[in-house]
Ligand binder design. Structure first.
Ligand SMILES: *Cc1c(COP(=O)(O)O)cnc(C)c1O
Length: 379
């Protein structure tokens, strides 16, 4: 089955009780048994709930994986992966990781004896240099936030296989419509479903997908034992959201391309970070592993003045000033004072998060209106 068909049909069956075409919101904690141990596959909703189950199968299918699991947030999904490790184990990850991922690694798991290395993953030699017999996970995020760096998933998969480690890819920015890491050699795909999969800025949720039976067994054991599951109402909303993921992503990509070019040609703009430009340092890798370049764009202003950036994010009307991304509505953010405010200035500037950097999550509105909005704010 092709992507659009899977997005709409995978995991979803007419409700056996009524024929309802939409998977009902099974708002129940428990299930009546005919006799001890004689149940219909559901015993208790932390372990399994029919609405969540449909969504888990749907997300697994669109990622070309076999097993899916949904969690209360993207971070709860990350929490599950790292709980597969033991004290002494090591993780290699990227130095421009999503801030929340960095925080859970450093402030939650380091004290349990797990060691994290943060390296420049665009340089495979640097990744290889950190591999040792304790390396158990290579954790990739691509494209990265907010600098839109691209990591070569196939290259990371060669390193992880040689090391006997698992390759986990945070696929939040690309979505399976643009990139399917399991097809490129990844063992686990992770999502902040909150973003594009949900797509309507109304749910916080996370997901994991794998085709590896042993990993899946651990994943479900930890999901049930730690209990950071998502509820039936949110599962229903995301099942509905994913039905239009391909349509939304097509428009995010079209609008993203138009706005990236508009910004590139504007006299007040210095740099534009978008992997679709041939001048992007990893454009070739992006072209190889992605089917489109998405709607996430960052840019800086000539003169690099903080006041100018703050002025622009205040003056736009259609772009809402907010954290998060991936919804139908366009958002604008200022990483230096918002998402990356807790990082010391010298460190954030080294990775490119300068005072005038602005990040856009381009929505699915009319591109002309979005460009006009930016035009007014920039002038
Ligand atoms: C938002 C985000 C997360 C965390 O997900 P939550 O749903 O907010 O817990 C992880 N990785 C990336 C790339 C994100 O954008």
């Amino acid at each position: 089955m092709k992507f659009a068909t899977k997005a709409i049909h995978a995991g979803v069956q007419p409700d056996p009780a009524t024929g309802a075409i939409m998977t009902p919101i099974y708002q129940t904690s428990t299930y009546v048994q005919d006799g001890v141990g004689n149940h219909k596959g559901y015993e208790y909703s932390r372990t399994l709930n029919p609405t969540r189950h449909a969504l888990e199968q749907n997300i697994a299918a669109i990622e070309n994986g076999k097993f899916g699991a949904c969690f209360g947030s993207g971070l709860a999904a990350i929490d599950c992966v790292i709980k597969m490790l033991n004290p002494g184990d090591e993780v290699i990850s990227t130095n421009d990781l999503y801030g929340g991922s960095y925080r859970i690694f450093k402030t939650i798991f380091e004290k349990y004896g797990i060691k994290f290395h943060f390296v420049d993953m665009q340089n495979t030699l640097e990744v290889e240099a950190h591999v040792n017999e304790n390396t158990k996970i290579i954790w990739v995020e691509t494209p990265t936030n907010p600098m839109m760096n691209i990591v070569d998933i196939e290259a990371m998969s060669r390193i992880s296989k040689k090391a006997g480690a698992l390759l986990c890819v945070d696929n939040t920015f690309a979505t399976p419509y643009l990139q399917t890491p399991l097809d490129l050699g990844a063992d686990i795909v992770m999502h902040s479903v909150t973003k594009y999969l949900g797509g309507h800025s109304d749910v916080v949720m996370g997901a994991l997908v794998t085709s590896n039976k042993e990993v899946a067994k651990e994943m479900y054991r930890i999901q049930n034992s730690s209990g950071a599951v998502t509820g039936p109402m949110d599962s229903f909303l995301v099942l509905r959201g994913i039905k239009t993921l391909h349509l939304r992503m097509q428009r995010h990509c079209e609008n993203g391309e138009k706005i990236a070019h508009f910004l590139k040609n504007h006299a007040k703009i210095d740099k534009v970070y978008w992997p679709g430009f041939e001048s992007h340092p990893n454009h070739d890798v992006a072209k190889k592993q992605m089917r489109g370049f998405g709607g996430m764009i960052s840019f800086t202003l000539k003169g690099n003045k903080l006041e100018d950036a703050l002025d622009i994010v205040k003056k736009v009307h259609l772009f809402a000033l907010a954290e998060s991304l991936g919804g139908v509505e366009s958002l604008i953010g200022h990483p230096a004072t918002m998402t990356h405010a807790s990082i010391p200035k010298e460190i954030r500037e080294k990775s490119g998060v300068v005072d005038s950097l602005i990040r856009l999550s381009v929505g699915v509105e009319d591109a002309d209106d979005l460009i006009a909005d930016l035009q007014v704010a920039l002038n």
